[in-house]
Ligand binder design. Structure first.
Ligand SMILES: N[C@@H](CCC(=O)N[C@@H](CS)C(=O)NCC(=O)O)C(=O)O
Length: 213
């Protein structure tokens, strides 16, 4: 099969949860692509060269079909439209209401939980780093996440919507900030996050981050 050339701009260490989401989506779809590092430590994302590529001057950015697109969930939705099921793995649930729920969760995970993200950065996930105990604010943020995840996973299922979706990877990233750090997490959520982490596409990303970190 002939594939268009796909390029994914990533942070140089591959620690970005947003790049990870797009990377997993590309792997799930079985699409060949090249990773293009952007050195955030050197503020390369603010350079004129990168501004010409990325509207937001952030990673990820994807080049595909003559479009340069930033914002991870916009990218995964575009990939889903360009490479639909049944020929390619589905990234979003087929059911419209479940699909809306998946997008709701993606938007929530990207716009909330700032104390948790700050106190449990992705170095926890990809570099085994340990940090101080959560502050009260961090604990509140974690409690909100746990409560929401429990509502979504109340039936004790391994995937949120009956079949894997990219929202599962996104939720597991957030839950694993706690689980992999050894912070308290209900057993069913720890098991869910562990299960999601075993997915081949996720394991491939972990190898990228180990190589580059
Ligand atoms: N909402 C964006 C968030 C992207 C984002 O925050 N990327 C970070 C890396 S994790 C970045 O590029 N930071 C550099 C900067 O903002 O200057 C998405 O989902 O893609």
């Amino acid at each position: 099969m002939q594939y268009p050339a796909i390029k994914l701009w990533s942070d140089a260490n591959c620690y970005s949860p947003y790049v990870m989401s797009v990377y997993v989506a590309l792997r799930e779809k079985g699409l060949p692509f090249t990773l293009q590092p952007v050195d955030l430590a050197q503020q390369q994302q603010l350079s004129d060269d990168y501004a010409a590529i990325s509207l937001t001057r952030r990673v990820p950015t994807l080049a595909l079909n003559n479009i340069l697109l930033s914002e991870s969930s916009a990218i995964t939705e575009y990939l889903e439209e360009c490479f639909p099921a049944p020929d390619y793995e589905r990234l979003y649930p087929r059911d419209r209401e479940k699909r809306a729920r998946a997008r709701e969760l993606q938007a929530w995970l990207r716009s909330d939980f700032m104390p948790l993200r700050q106190q449990r950065p992705t170095e926890v996930l990809f570099a085994d780093k340990k940090y101080s105990p959560l502050t009260e604010e961090g604990r509140q943020s974690a409690a909100k996440l746990i409560e929401g995840a429990q509502r979504l996973l109340s039936a004790g299922q391994q995937n949120l919507f009956g079949e894997w979706s990219i929202a599962d990877t996104d939720l597991a990233i957030m839950l694993n900030r706690l689980a992999l750090h050894g912070d308290a997490l209900p057993e069913n959520l720890a098991e869910y996050a562990w299960f999601q982490w075993q997915r081949a596409s996720v394991q491939l990303w972990l190898r990228e981050s180990v190589k580059k970190g």
